[in-house]
Design a protein. Structure first.
Length: 462
């Protein structure tokens, strides 16, 4: 946890961003895997972490803007619990750690909210994403399940985004450290890569590193020689020379902050000419993104540049044709990169995505582009100092997508389908770094992770 002043300042800033009412925060509870007491790894709600710092289940909190009160609702563990769990801080002790003065039993929350509702006061809450909290909200506020998301407070969502999107110095320190852990995960996989190893062994190795450095992985490991499947969690193939391995993974700190890196490299440790040609295009897009990212530039413009780099590179190789700038603006490179250039990163690996991508990555200055690929961008808005975004271009040869587009004769003026078909079976390449926007430009978070061809060739299998 940070010092209590951090949480107090954050809550005050949020309070000042709304006109009045009650700001309600529901913590996450333990989630059973297969029977109630055998649970998944506990993960607190990121907003609860951000405003209260407490990573414990069965908690809720309110900021009563009208009455100037902050209350933590929860119940102390019983002796029965302590026998199994060991000594635990009391709710009062937790409240002190985050600078909250009042505590009440969890059971009092409903009454507090109902009284406020009866008085016609506004209860702000964020869109719930866990079913138990949906049930609780429904029970406490009487809002039908299907209306819970729509009735979430836009005022509160915007207030939260405005705070969480700009990372402070103490958050950046956490981010740098957990990025270092992500780099270690990737290096361990690169060094252990060789023909005959099962993908699962590498995924397990990396997961072990993430646990040794923090809370574990920041999302389920993506590691596959079938890199054309964007999020491939299937790790059952043996590594084969001649194929490439795509690895997308990161670590989560004990404080909740996340890293997210992708590297793609040949199993043999040596790029073939064909692999290298495609790889260099993705690398160029990744590096130009890093050159362009700075305060004042819309990330959509950077995404469009990545599409242009891809169109230019693939045109030079004969897979695309026509004017690359026009092809990019029309969305033709989406055949090869059907995802966005990046997303915000912080306490969540897709930071604040529970609030709705359009509130996080778009604003009144930029609407989502309706074209497939151009509209897949999660963060399109103008970059500001303190933003952390991923820089993750890719080129993939997805057989089903290629066949569909070819059948529809889609973008025939830009795509040379005969040549593209020669690449079916190639797989996919993605390169991803975590980038902090500074006052004047940007910098990479964490230690350097090899991405140049010669750097990768020097580390694979070594
Ligand atoms: N690294 C996973 C993702 O960005 O979706
Ligand atoms: Mn990512």
């Amino acid at each position: 946890m940070f010092g209590k002043e951090t949480y107090q300042q954050r809550r005050t800033a949020l309070k000042n961003s709304v006109k009045g009412g009650i700001l309600l925060f529901l913590g996450n509870n333990e989630a059973p895997m297969n029977y109630p007491s055998n649970t998944y790894r506990y993960r607190q709600d990121s907003h609860f972490i951000y405003f209260f710092g407490i990573q414990l289940d069965r908690l809720a909190a309110i900021i009563d803007v009208d009455e100037g009160r902050e209350i933590l609702f929860g119940d102390d563990y019983t002796l029965d619990d302590i026998i199994w769990m060991g000594p635990q801080p009391t709710i009062r002790e937790w409240a002190e750690k985050c600078g909250v003065k009042e505590t009440q039993s969890f059971g009092n929350l409903q009454q507090y909210l109902q009284k406020a509702q009866q008085a016609g006061r506004k209860i702000h809450y964020l869109p719930p994403y866990r079913d138990d909290n949906k049930i609780l909200l429904h029970q406490m506020l009487g809002i039908p399940f299907e209306r819970l998301k729509a009735e979430a407070s836009v005022e509160m969502i915007k207030g939260v985004v405005a705070l969480r999107e700009c990372k402070t110095a103490e958050e950046i320190k956490e981010m740098d450290a957990i990025c270092d852990a992500g780099v270690e995960m990737h290096l361990s996989v690169m060094r252990a890569t060789r023909q005959g190893v099962l993908e699962r062994e590498l995924a397990g190795l990396a997961e072990g590193v993430s646990l040794s450095k923090g809370a574990g992985v920041s999302f389920p490991v993506i590691l596959s020689q079938n890199g054309e499947t964007l999020h491939n969690h299937h790790h059952e193939q043996y590594l084969e020379n001649g194929r490439m391995l795509l690895v997308d993974m990161g670590a989560e700190a004990m404080s909740g902050y996340s890293s997210d890196y992708t590297r793609t490299f040949p199993v043999s440790g040596k790029f073939s000419q064909k692999q290298r040609e495609i790889y260099e295009i993705v690398l160029q897009a990744n590096m130009e993104t890093f050159q362009m990212a700075k305060p004042g530039i819309p990330y959509f413009q950077v995404h469009l540049n990545a599409y242009t780099v891809i169109a230019k590179g693939l045109t030079a190789l004969g897979l695309m044709k026509g004017n690359p700038e026009e092809a990019a603006k029309a969305g033709a490179p989406a055949l090869f990169m059907p995802h966005g250039l990046g997303h915000m990163l912080g306490l969540d690996v897709h930071d604040m995505e529970d609030l709705g991508e359009n509130y996080v990555g778009y604003d009144e200055t930029i609407q989502r582009n309706p074209i497939f690929g151009l509209g897949s961008l999660r963060c399109a808005k103008t970059l500001k100092p303190g933003f952390i975004v991923t820089d993750e271009p890719g080129i993939y040869f997805i057989p089903q997508l290629i066949h569909n587009w070819e059948k529809e004769k889609k973008f025939e003026q830009y795509i040379n389908y005969a040549k593209v078909n020669e690449y079916i079976g190639f797989g996919g390449i993605r390169i991803e770094d975590d980038v902090l926007i500074t006052e004047t430009g940007c910098r990479l978070l964490g230690k350097p992770l090899p991405k140049q061809v010669d750097e990768l060739e020097a580390v694979i299998g070594k």
